[in-house]
Design a protein around this ligand. Structure first.
Ligand code: C2O
Ligand code: CU
Length: 481
């Protein structure tokens, strides 16, 4: 297919580096900017799928004019679209990403939730990629990598929230070993942003950073309330990413039941019927939706995540409760036509294990706190410092962490690389093993998790996934040795 001028320029510029990096030559997939993948719906992001155990893609981070909810917006985008392409992988695959930084600022790339090495050229958040430079990431997924929906976004401390708010994110799917029967699979990347009258992304105030910014423009795949259609009785797979900087999504589908396969680590498990589902920033949901006649609207209902210390009353960001809409329509499923034959019922369950009986090598407490003014966003009393190591863990051990929230605002706690099993939440033991890579710790609450520090060693991070809080310092360094 013909290359655009920009693609040709990029190829020219990358030839030397590509060969030097490993002698592989130029076999990069240029993530499609023009033609949607055949068969994918126009409201779905483009997809790049691995074959023969490998996926090579180029992600160019650059300013781009994109259509967001029908408006022309000067955003930052991967390969010119918000969200960027969906990367589809299988356990055991090798993923090679050339990140080309055509922003005017430092960036880098983090594959959120993937169980891959934090070292070297893999998921290394300590590597800065300077403007005008490219960086070759190489990730190897273990053969038993959990299936599910993951995502990618920049991770250069101090700029993460700004870059995500401007549009830099995309979804990753790790395929199920045994596919779940569904008539359609929908990827729903939820972002929010704020755009001024000139079509530029609005700057945020210091107070909005401290609260965690919420943009008034809430989008699914860059669109406002996209419409899907299905026939009655059809079962669809919905895979939702909360890629908002700070907005919690309290989701309902018009009172219809959702069948929850999993949060974060999805994949086939015994589906659980739920009316409502809370996705903190960074969380993903893997759902089955059975189409009932009529229209079903997926809505995000308002959720009170608390306020700053010393501020009065319930907190909805900086807005009074009456200014916050009761709900926002995210997407609509239009159901009509001939009823479809019901799907084969079975979803082959695939457990992710259970650490409740394992020997715990260490108990730790991590306390997230915030104060007014500078220097108040801490974990165990300290702001992030890339040069310091806060937590040293023995490779191969299982640890139990109590995550304490010593503030009147919720904080979603995220640990890179190693999945967390929630042991205790809201003062009660979790009934079934629930795995997360982001676990919400409610205002003045606590959560207990267990983590098996398996497979990978090296330095990585844990942090609040209200990414303004992470940028302000609510992040610590872990070293697994
Ligand atoms: Cu989704 Cu450390 O991030
Ligand atoms: Cu926070």
């Amino acid at each position: 297919r013909p290359l655009s001028r920009r693609q040709a320029l990029l190829l020219g510029g990358l030839g030397v580096a590509g060969t030097a990096a490993g002698g592989v030559g130029l076999v990069w997939t240029l993530a499609g900017r023009d033609a949607p993948v055949p068969g994918s719906s126009p409201v779905q992001p483009n997809q790049e799928s691995s074959s023969a155990g490998q996926l090579q893609v180029e992600l160019e981070a650059a300013p781009a004019l994109v259509q967001l909810a029908g408006r022309q917006v000067s955003a930052l985008a991967y390969n010119g679209s918000v969200p960027g392409p969906t990367l589809r992988l299988r356990a055991g695959d090798t993923l090679k990403i050339r990140l080309v930084n055509n922003l005017d600022q430092v960036t880098n790339l983090h594959l959120h939730g993937l169980h891959v090495s934090p070292e070297g050229n893999a998921d290394n958040v300590f590597v800065p990629v300077e403007p005008g430079r490219a960086f070759d990431y190489e990730y190897r997924l273990p053969a038993d990598h959990p299936p599910g929906v993951y995502w990618y976004h920049p991770h250069h401390h101090g700029t993460v929230a700004d870059q995500l708010f401007a549009g830099l994110c995309g979804a990753i799917i790790v395929e199920d070993p045994v596919p779940v029967e569904a008539s359609a699979e929908r990827i729903l990347v939820v972002t929010d942003t704020a755009v001024d009258s000139a079509g530029t992304i609005s700057a945020v105030s210091p107070m909005e950073r401290m609260m965690g910014r919420e943009g008034g423009l809430v989008l699914v795949n860059g669109q406002s309330n996209p419409q899907f259609s299905a026939r009655p009785g059809q079962r669809e797979r919905w895979r939702i990413v909360n890629a908002c900087v700070a907005r919690y999504l309290r989701l309902r589908l018009d009172g219809q039941q959702l069948q929850l396969l999993g949060i974060d680590f999805g994949g086939p498990q015994d589906p659980e019927a739920v009316e409502e589902l809370l996705l903190a920033p960074g969380n993903r949901a893997d759902l089955l939706v059975t189409a009932q006649p009529g229209n079903a609207v997926l809505r995000a209902y308002r959720y009170n995540r608390g306020s700053m210390p010393g501020m009065m009353g319930p907190g909805f960001g900086q807005r009074a409760p009456q200014e916050v809409p009761d709900s926002i329509a995210l997407a609509t499923l239009q159901v009509s036509g001939e009823p479809a034959a019901p799907p084969a019922a079975a979803v082959a369950p695939q457990g992710l294990g259970d650490l409740r009986q394992s020997v715990v090598a260490a108990h730790r407490q991590l306390t997230m706190a915030m104060g007014m003014g500078m220097g108040g966003f801490t974990i165990n009393g300290r702001e992030f410092d890339a040069a310091r190591t806060d937590t040293v863990v023995t490779a191969g051990s299982v640890e139990e962490w109590t995550i304490v929230n010593a503030s009147p605002m919720d904080h979603p706690f995220h640990l890179h690389v190693w999945p967390m099993q929630v042991i205790e939440e809201g003062g009660r033991e979790a009934g079934t093993p629930r795995w997360r890579d982001v676990v919400n710790v409610p205002a003045n609450g606590r959560v207990k998790v267990r983590v098996a520090f398996e497979d990978f060693r090296g330095r990585s991070v844990y942090h609040c996934h209200i990414l303004d809080h992470e940028d302000l310092g609510m992040m610590g360094v872990i070293d697994v040795r």
